[in-house]
Every structure is written in C-alpha cells, then in structure tokens.
Design a protein around this ligand. Structure first.
Ligand code: AKB
Length: 319
C-alpha cells in the first residue's frame, strides 16, 4: 500500500492535493503535515495531520519512519513577494527545507515531488513562448531558491537515485484556500472581489501577461508526473506546464461576460510589478506534453465560470 506525506498541506495546493490523494489512495495512506496554520476540518478529519518544521530534519524523518512513507509531496514554500520581503526566510525554507526532505528521502528510499515555478526564469530569458531549456538567471530570491531546488533534485536523482520529479507551476487560480505572498495572487483575489463587490483594484498593470492554471489542472499535473513512466522523463524536475497566458485585462473581460457591471481599477505595487515583469509572458510546455502526456483541461473561460459559481456558493453558505 502506498504511503504519502504532504508537506505544506494547509497551503493553497496542499489543502486540495491532500484531499484528492486521500480519495485516490485511502484516507490513512496520506499523512498531512503543516507548520503553523491550523488545518480546516475537512483536512483534519479526513486523515492523519501533524505539525512539522521542514527546516528541522528530525521532524520530517520522524513522520517518514512512523508511517513508512514512500512518497513525499514537498509543497512547503515561501512565495515570491513574501520571500522578497524576507530573503533569509525564503532561503531557509525553500532551499534548506528541500535539502532536508531530499536527505530523508535518500535515507528512507522515498520518491519526491517538488514544485518549481515560472520564477526560475528572469529578464534575460526569452519571455514569449519560453522554451523548456533556456537561460535561467532569476532576479528574485524566490527564483534563486527554485533554480537551486531544481538542480538539487537533479543531483539527488543522479548521485543517489532518489526518484525526484517536479513541474514549473505558473500562477495558480483556486477558491478553496487562498494563496499567500505570491505575485500571481491577484488572479485569485479578482474573482472573490468580483463576486463580493463587483470591483477590484489590481496591483499589476493591465497588460501584464503571465501563465496561469486552474487548481484541478495543477493537481492533475502533480499526480500524473509522479505516475509517469520514468524511462520517458528527460526533464525530471523542471517541466514547464501551463494552461493559459493571461493579463489582468483578459481576466477582467472574461468576468464581465458573467458579471456585466464588474469594474477593474489599477494601483500598481512596484515590488510585485517588477517581479511579474521579469517572468515569462507565456511558456512552451511541449516537453511535458511529449514526455508524460500533459494536457490541461481548463481554459480561462471554463476557469472563470467555475470560480464564480463556487465563490458564489461559498458566500451564500460559508459553512
Ligand atoms: C508566486 O507568485 O510567487 C507563485 C509562483 C508563480 O510561483 N504563485
């Protein structure tokens, strides 16, 4: 029987991935681990939950030993805008935390999924249709930690045979758990504000194009890459994946089709705008499509419809 550990289980991806894995593998097969944030009842009541600190290796090793874990989805991470405000913490969690997970995986024979990000690219990368293999000179500490993470995962695979895999996530759109401290967070906030107040003030410029993906596709990517035939994976830890390339004005126009009196205004945050400007406008994810059959389901129209429906339901019945 598979035994999976999810770190960062109370976060935007973790809170949903844990529940999906529990549905697929059985509730006791998936151990959720968070750091500070309290788990919501669905997460807490559907299987084991523990507090750990990934910067303390023993807290990870104890869980892996106790539950005989064979696969770790290591999602604990400090996102781009937060890491820029506290670079030391960003390095500590994103690099040292990952190093600890890889060391435990090496010792106990676990496979590891680690998300990388569009943030591994920088201003000297071709920003349109960004190739799979290209210049990686990020100018944010988050990007630096994610490049280090990709290389560390490659190294642990080559040197120690740890089955490490990962994708470069774009901005993720979801309604269940809010993201925190990312540059792409506007693409979640805009939907909540549209449903609640029919208006949104955006911190990125109207035409700032970035890759995005709806959460069901992000979960599908994490599960599918871990199930992929290893013989076909040439880019193990660093697959470009995307579902759409959109700007605030594109999302706003799509929302207006369903909420006609929605309006958007702009008040630019220089920190997050500079980060967004250094990231690709659109990525080429053909390597993922070829090597493990990646195909997203949700485009912007489907995402917008689903987000608005679900947020309306939550606001009607917050329980
Ligand atoms: C962020 O904005 O920091 C993240 C990411 C693109 O990795 N959502």
């Amino acid at each position: 029987m598979k035994k999976v550990l999810v770190t960062g289980a109370t976060g935007q991806i973790g809170s949903e991935l844990t529940l999906l894995l529990r549905e697929n593998l059985g509730s006791t097969s998936v151990i959720a681990a968070g750091h500070i944030k309290k788990p919501d009842p669905a997460l807490r009541e559907s299987g084991p939950f523990h507090y750990i600190d990934c910067t303390q290796i023993n807290t990870i090793a104890e869980l892996v030993k106790k539950y005989k874990v064979d696969t770790i989805y290591h999602l604990a991470s400090v996102l781009s805008a937060s890491a820029e405000k506290n670079p030391q913490l960003g390095w500590q969690v994103n690099v040292n935390g990952l190093y600890n997970v890889l060391e435990v995986a090496r010792e106990y024979g676990c496979a590891v999924f680690t998300p990388s990000s569009i943030a591994i690219f920088g201003p000297s990368t071709p920003l349109q249709n960004t190739p799979q293999d290209t210049v990686q000179r990020p100018t944010t500490i988050y990007g630096v930690t994610k490049v280090a993470g990709e290389l560390l995962c490659d190294y642990y695979f080559k040197r120690f045979g740890v089955d490490t895999r990962g994708v470069r996530y774009p901005g993720l759109i979801s309604y269940k758990t809010p993201p925190g401290g990312g540059t792409t967070d506007y693409a979640v906030e805009i939907y909540f504000e549209a449903v609640k107040h029919k208006k949104y003030t955006c911190y990125l410029k109207t035409e700032t194009c970035l890759d995005m993906m709806y959460m069901p596709d992000a979960l599908k990517a994490a599960i599918e890459i871990m199930e992929a035939d290893p013989g076909r994976l040439k880019h193990r830890n660093a697959f470009n994946v995307t579902a759409m390339s959109v700007a605030p004005e594109t999302i706003a126009a799509e929302i207006k089709k369903l909420i006609p009196d929605f309006t958007i205004a702009y008040q630019i945050d220089p920190l997050r705008q500079a980060i967004a400007d250094s990231w690709p406008d659109s990525m080429d994810d053909s390597a993922s499509r070829q090597e493990w059959g990646w195909k997203p389901k949700y485009d912007l129209q489907m995402t917008t419809r689903d987000m608005i429906q679900n947020i309306s339901k939550i606001l009607e019945d917050p329980s």
